[in-house]
Design a binder for this molecule. Structure first.
Ligand code: FES
Length: 80
């Protein structure tokens, strides 16, 4: 079976948005469109994921990335 792109779920709820969620989602988009990640990931914007105090948050492979930690996310991307 062909391997599909890995989904990255980024919260765009109001609390995450006010903590910089929009800029975080843009940074993720730029990152996954660059080599060596291009074509391997799909960013999906979601509603509130009930982790508002840790926002902005993203979920990748059932792993919650808190506080807009792009460095941790890139580590997760590199493991794919
Ligand atoms: S607003 Fe993002 S987790 Fe609630």
């Amino acid at each position: 079976m062909k391997k599909r792109r890995t989904f990255i779920f980024a919260c765009t709820g109001s609390d995450c948005k006010s903590n910089g969620g929009k800029a975080f989602a843009e940074a993720i988009k730029e990152t996954i469109n660059e080599k060596p990640f291009r074509g391997k990931f799909k960013l999906v914007k979601t509603k509130c994921m009930d982790c508002c105090k840790s926002g902005p948050v993203v979920v990748i492979k059932n792993e919650l990335i808190k506080k807009g930690d792009l460095e941790q996310l890139v580590k997760e991307l590199a493991q794919e």
